[in-house]
Design a protein around this ligand. Structure first.
Ligand code: ADP
Ligand code: MG
Length: 352
């Protein structure tokens, strides 16, 4: 037996965080949000196969942080494992930038409040070491450019090329979730095809409220069907903490349009996440009234940070919730009246 060489370990592990196009973009957007950005512009060339650029107006990176920026497990966000209990930033594992360096070419341009309008452009080696730095002009904020994703990983590159449309749609869906949940943030996603045509896939305004964000993402046609849902469950004697549920769901109105199973979003403590059991519950409750369609929903759940674990998987999308059954009860209570027909719905259907 022998130990695996350092660069091999790096390549093996990098594959867990940056598994595809969508997670690459997700990690960069999360970094911008963690840096307190209120403007985030994502630009793709050739659906991300050419390049991914994420520019923000966040706090920027201090010169003292340049050398360690892309080193594996270097983070400015937590110091000890216990810090995870109250972690409010999206990032904390210090893996994204180092992984991106392994699978692509990364260039970072950044300026802080103190340094602007003087900024610095940084280049990195494949193992995340600082390779060069040049003085450039930059307002406060950070721009990360990722080029040649998976260029040195022929199997993944081939897979990405083959499925680029599907991967692009997954990326858009992921960005949509951050666009909904990031109050006060102007977020945009544009893709430029090889032919030069540019499409804007997502655009929200900084001043938009939650409903306006959901509409911006799900389309104006859905506005008339959305109703707010909310429920508050108090802490219980058995230690189950208080839970709050707030969001918007579309009602099974007669003209509810096409099925929209892909516009269903859950957030736990501000983190977009997959929550298959809760998703199934909402769809079941909806189908009891409208068997042929799916609801659009964006539901935010707030629970005591100590009762969730976001560290189950490297992409942090799987969240372990203690007292999950109670949470599902609270969700059921929040939706109790949302889907049931009432006078206003009947009057709508009578008009039709
Ligand atoms: P993590 O987010 O888990 O800390 P990353 O590899 O994503 O790890 O980022 C490493 C560090 O780089 C962060 O802790 C942060 O200090 C810095 N950083 C990355 N992106 C940005 C950004 N857009 N603005 C400011 N700092 C950033
Ligand atoms: Mg990060």
């Amino acid at each position: 037996m022998h130990p695996i060489a350092k660069d091999t370990v790096q390549r093996l592990c990098a594959g867990q965080v940056v598994v595809d196009l969508a997670t690459s973009v997700k990690e960069l957007v999360e970094n911008s949000l963690d840096a307190g950005a209120t403007h985030i512009d994502i630009k793709l060339r050739d659906s991300g196969l050419g390049s991914i650029t994420v520019a923000d107006n966040g706090q920027g990176i201090d010169a003292a942080g340049f050398a360690a920026l892309c080193r594996r497990h270097w983070t400015s966000k937590i110091q000890r494992f216990e810090d995870l209990d109250g972690v409010s930033t999206f990032g904390f594992r210090g893996e994204a930038l180092s992984s991106l360096c392994t699978v692509a070419t990364v260039t970072v341009t950044t300026a802080t409040r103190e340094s602007a309008p003087a900024g610095t452009q940084l280049t990195f080696t494949g193992d995340g070491e600082l390779a060069g730095q040049t003085a450039v002009a930059r307002e406060r904020g950070t721009t990360v450019v990722v080029e040649g994703l998976f260029a040195k990983w022929p199997v993944r590159l081939q897979d990405l090329r083959k499925n680029v449309r599907r991967e692009y749609l997954r990326l858009v869906a992921l960005v949509e979730q951050y666009a909904i949940i990031s109050d006060g943030v102007r977020l945009s996603l544009a893709n430029q095809t090889r032919g030069g045509a540019s499409t804007v896939a997502v655009r929200t305004l900084a001043q938009a409220d939650r409903l306006a964000r959901v509409v911006a993402v799900c389309g104006a046609a859905v506005r008339a069907h959305l109703v707010p849902v909310a429920h508050q469950a108090d802490a219980a004697a058995d230690g189950c903490p208080a839970m709050a549920i707030a969001g918007h769901v579309s009602r099974p109105l007669p003209d509810a349009g096409r099925a929209a199973a892909d516009k269903q979003y859950f957030f736990v403590n501000g983190r977009p996440c997959d929550f298959p059991r809760a998703k199934r519950l909402v769809n079941e409750l909806y189908r009891a009234h409208c068997p042929t369609r799916f609801p659009v929903f964006a539901i935010a759940i707030t629970v005591d940070a100590a009762s969730i674990d976001v560290n189950l998987t490297p992409d942090k999308r799987t969240i372990l919730v203690r007292h999950e059954a109670r949470l599902l009860d609270a969700l059921r209570a929040a939706l109790a009246h949302a889907f049931a027909p009432d006078e206003s719905v009947f009057s709508v259907s009578r008009v039709q």
